[in-house]
Design a protein around this ligand. Structure first.
Ligand SMILES: Cc1cc2nc3c(=O)[nH]c(=O)nc-3n(C[C@H](O)[C@H](O)[C@H](O)COP(=O)(O)OP(=O)(O)OC[C@H]3O[C@@H](n4cnc5c(N)ncnc54)[C@H](O)[C@@H]3O)c2cc1C
Length: 324
């Protein structure tokens, strides 16, 4: 039981909100989670859910959630392919199953979860409020914090069985296109500047002769999209905070936010209920990694496009917290 039990509101039942709800409830706090989507499809957010095995340090992963195992990634520059070997290896998970598991853990630990409850302002009557409401966070807006820059992520699925254990990417000007074998299907996606993502994706798919069924407007059927924030934003507030995509905690080179969001959640749990300590420690941990990650990403893209011969054929690295 917590020495100083707090009444906590968590806005957003994504992976980060539910993880915090579960862990804070286990510590004896009284947690209420508010999610705008209905329970039947709250886990449907577009996300490849390709995460390092480090996820197991945070969440128990049943084998049935794992659609494929990925040992590395091929970066296909025009003149050269560079192979990144992931250390630790990555898992392709079913996101709906992952969030259902977290919902069950949170509820069993005592959290109350309210679906179809969209929160637009700051909730009153709580000791602590945590905005885990994603990239477009209303809590961040209510706190009048700056809106981070965004890129757009698009996803499409090809019905084709494939358990190839390497992901593939094709760098483009403002991001990259990816292919991930998911066992029963193949996922194609793009992360790019918001205006350029769809035209670039369509051009690439046509060039590769990947034949998706189009609707009457010429859009591929089943196309999913979501924004990916690009900058860390944390409030200076003792009782209200942000975590996960709401705080822009996303790897600059890949757009992956699950492990970074869980790491920030872990710092929040260690420092709870002191949000000032959480903000300080989180900034200390991530600010340098974000700056380094951006620089490394720019350098690799520049070299890959212009001087590919200087890049090694293979690099083994930690894709969450690389040592540079
Ligand atoms: C196409 C794509 C592919 C990606 N692939 C990967 C990947 O392979 N690996 C990886 O690590 N990351 C990936 N990401 C990023 C990853 O999805 C996010 O970093 C992660 O989902 C963030 O989790 P979160 O819980 O912070 O936010 P979210 O998952 O966005 O959850 C926010 C929740 O808050 C709810 N909500 C929003 N506003 C309100 C409101 N006002 N009131 C109540 N509820 C609200 C939403 O409905 C949602 O359920 C990808 C992103 C995209 C777009």
């Amino acid at each position: 039981m917590a020495n100083n039990p707090q009444k906590v509101a968590i806005v957003g039942a994504g992976v980060i909100g539910l993880y915090l709800a579960w862990q804070l409830s286990l510590k004896g706090h009284k947690v209420s989670v508010y999610e705008k989507r209905p329970e039947k499809d709250f886990g449907d957010k577009p996300c490849s859910t390709l995460v390092s095995e480090r996820i197991k340090d945070f969440i128990p992963i049943d084998d049935s959630f794992i659609e494929n195992k990925i040992i590395g990634c091929l970066i296909n520059f025009p003149q050269k392919t560079v192979r990144l070997n992931f250390q630790p290896i990555h898992l392709v998970l079913s996101r709906p199953q992952l969030v259902v598991k977290l919902l069950e853990l949170a509820k069993t630990a005592g959290a109350e979860v309210f679906f179809e409850k969209e929160i637009k302002g700051i909730l009153q009557d709580f000791d602590k409020v945590i905005g885990c409401d994603g990239g477009l966070s209303h809590i961040r807006q209510a706190l009048k914090l700056p809106t981070p820059r965004f890129r757009l992520g698009l996803q499409l699925f090809e019905r084709q069985e494939d358990d190839y254990n390497l992901a593939e990417t094709w760098p483009i000007e403002s991001g990259f296109i990816w292919r991930i074998a998911r066992g029963r299907e193949v996922e194609w996606g793009i992360l790019a500047n918001r205006q350029k993502a769809l035209p670039e994706f369509r051009k690439f798919l046509a060039k590769k002769k990947i034949d998706f069924i189009m609707d009457q407007l010429g859009q591929p059927i089943g196309l999913k999209s979501a924004i990916v924030p690009q900058e860390m934003v944390l409030p200076e507030n003792k009782n209200i905070t942000l975590c996960g995509d709401a705080a822009g905690l996303v790897k600059p080179w890949s757009g992956g936010g699950l492990i970074w969001g869980l790491k920030a959640a872990q710092i929040l749990l260690e420092t709870f209920p002191d949000f000032e300590a959480y903000h300080k420690k989180t900034s200390q941990f991530f600010a340098f990694r974000i700056a380094k990650g951006r620089l490394a990403d720019l350098a690799v893209h520049f070299l890959g496009q212009n001087f590919p011969s200087v890049l090694p054929k293979q690099i083994t690295y930690d894709n969450d917290f690389p040592v540079l």
